[in-house]
Design a protein around this ligand. Sequence first.
Ligand SMILES: NC(=O)c1ccc[n+]([C@@H]2O[C@H](COP(=O)([O-])OP(=O)(O)OC[C@H]3O[C@@H](n4cnc5c(N)ncnc54)[C@H](OP(=O)(O)O)[C@@H]3O)[C@@H](O)[C@H]2O)c1
Length: 370
Amino acid sequence: MATLVPAHNTLPLTADMQRALATSPQPAPSDNARLADAQGGVPQAQSLSAWRIPRYGAPGILVPVTRPMPEPGPGEVLIKIEASGVTRADGMMRAGTPKFARLFLGLRRPRQDLIGTCLSGRIIAVGSNVTRFSVGDEVFGEAGLTFGANASHICLKQDGVLMHKPASLTHEQAAGLCDGALTSYNFLHNVAKLKAGERLLILGGSGSLGSAAVQIAKAMGAEVTATCSARNVDLVASLGADHVIDYNRHNALDKGAGYDVIYDTLGVASFAAAKRALQANGRYVCPVLSLALLGAMMRTRKYGARKARFSATGLLAPEVLRSMLSAVIDLCEAGKFSPLMDRSYPLEQLIEAQRYMETGHKRGNVVVVR
Ligand SMILES: NC(=O)c1ccc[n+]([C@@H]2O[C@H](COP(=O)([O-])OP(=O)(O)OC[C@H]3O[C@@H](n4cnc5c(N)ncnc54)[C@H](OP(=O)(O)O)[C@@H]3O)[C@@H](O)[C@H]2O)c1
């Protein structure tokens, strides 16, 4: 079982926020229909609050904005967001790194200018032809490439990456499931094809992906070794790791270590370095794309028994992601998985939350809440 490390902050409004709020453009109220609140028919606000990325850069470039409240179209639902994730992937999107990603995100500035991908909340309105959800349902999911999840509200397609929230999880816990849990489920099940009894090394057991991977791999019946720093050794052991290695004191990639799978959650090693610690038919899987990893994947596709593999989880088809999330929910409900939580900030302090996320030292998930 995971150890939760809650740290619910009530941090003061920062100078950044006060400046940003003062210069934030305030659009005219929308003339779209008033929306009835699911709980009691109270009229909803006609605008939503969100955070905009005017250009690529550090967290301080983010600007709070209000936008007209969208009306759900056919097959869409309008969600009042209770909590949303502050993820490494969001930070890369905001910074426009690696630079080749700008080919997809927008060359000079993000084409989709709102930030945030993962969220949890409650449906407050549905469009026509919506069959999977009703007003009042508690849901979690991801906005995908349309972004805009670090906000008060969002409109999503019912056939996108949207699921009923397990009752056993809070919105804060559910908000991060599409980051660490979904990605690590994909990497362990589909990319590495990890089998029960295999020996797995997780590089980075205390992050969002790593803390989920330890629990998911144990549920799959693997023997798990994970690396972390001394301050996180007990935490990672409490998640279920059989062996924990302090990365500052020992090199986990000893020649002949004989792992079946190495899951480099942070991209801190390379296939060349990991190869010597893999079994003859071992797999090195890494969610952080680099030119070196790309080259190793191309080479090992044809040559050699040891393989290097990558997947962009968020780009998989929604129905594939939904079926993986169903399996993650089953793990939650069976008590085999619980997201590791670090800090929770108010939505108004997204800049602070992003700065903390970018230290590279968070433990598990960081979220912003309404
Ligand atoms: N391809 C995909 O589908 C996909 C999807 C989602 C995310 N990602 C990528 O996955 C990466 C990981 O994200 P994350 O959110 O899991 O990271 P994270 O939570 O920010 O990782 C932070 C943790 O890593 C530990 N750490 C730092 N250096 C380490 C080292 N050398 N060895 C072992 N542990 C170390 C830190 O512990 P200490 O403070 O003790 O050092 C901290 O607890 C990101 O680059 C993200 O963009 C890819």
